[in-house]
Design a protein. Structure first.
Length: 126
C-alpha cells in the first residue's frame, strides 16, 4: 500500500472574471477574510480568501476562458443553522437556491457568486 505526505487541503481554486469584484463579494457580502493578495507576475496576482478560522482557503484565480466560465464548484460550506444563513444571504442580495430539507439529511442550499460559480451551504451535524 502506498502512503502520502499530504496532510490537508490548503486551497481550492475558483475562476473569476475580475479578482477585485470577486474579492469585494467574498469579503463584504460573505464576510470572508483575505488570506493572501500578492503579485505573481506583472499582470497576474494570487488572491486567497476563507471563512474566518477555516483551514482551507479559496484562490480567486483569473478565468482563462473569459466571462461565462461559471462552474459548479462542489464546495460545501458548513454553518450552524442553514435556514438562518439562507435568510441572511438572501437579505444581502446573494442569489440563493431553495432551502432543501430531507429526512435524515442536513438542511442545505446553493448560492452563486457574481461570476455564477455555484457553492453550497450545509448545516453542521448536531
Amino acid at each position: 500500500m502506498s502512503t502520502t505526505a499530504i496532510t490537508d487541503v490548503r486551497t481550492i481554486g475558483v475562476a473569476v472574471a475580475d479578482q477585485d469584484t470577486a474579492l469585494r463579494f467574498y469579503l463584504d457580502v460573505l464576510g470572508f477574510e483575505k488570506r493572501l493578495d500578492a503579485p505573481i507576475s506583472p499582470t497576474l496576482r494570487w488572491v486567497e480568501v476563507a471563512p474566518p478560522g477555516a483551514s482551507t482557503s479559496i484562490a480567486l484565480t483569473t478565468a482563462e476562458s473569459g466571462p461565462g466560465a461559471a462552474t459548479d464548484t462542489g464546495i460545501r460550506f458548513a454553518v450552524p443553522d442553514a435556514a438562518a444563513e439562507h435568510r441572511s444571504l438572501a437579505g444581502r442580495g446573494v442569489d440563493v437556491g431553495e432551502l432543501l430539507q430531507w429526512q435524515g439529511v442536513p438542511p442545505m442550499f446553493s448560492f452563486d457568486d457574481p461570476d455564477g460559480n455555484r457553492f453550497y451551504v450545509v448545516q453542521e451535524a448536531s
